[in-house]
Unconditional design. Structure first.
Length: 68
């Protein structure tokens, strides 16, 4: 059985910007996602290493199609 509400093609990953940094991928984006995770009941993401890991995970989701 298929769910017609879900798209059949993925929109991610998107191509990495050719000019270097993507202006959409900001610290603000990382902090907003961290806040949403905390609001969902997970422990706060406040340590530097946790923020780096979150940034790496979001970057991989947005730009990488490498299997995990």
């Amino acid at each position: 059985m298929t769910d017609d509400r879900l798209p059949s093609a993925a929109n991610y990953p998107v191509p990495e910007p050719e000019a270097g940094e993507d202006p959409r991928f900001t610290r603000r984006l990382i902090f907003d996602v961290a806040r949403l995770i905390e609001d969902a009941g997970f422990p706060p993401i406040s340590a530097g290493r946790d923020l780096v890991r979150l940034m790496e995970a979001l970057y991989a989701f947005c730009y990488s199609d490498a299997p995990r």
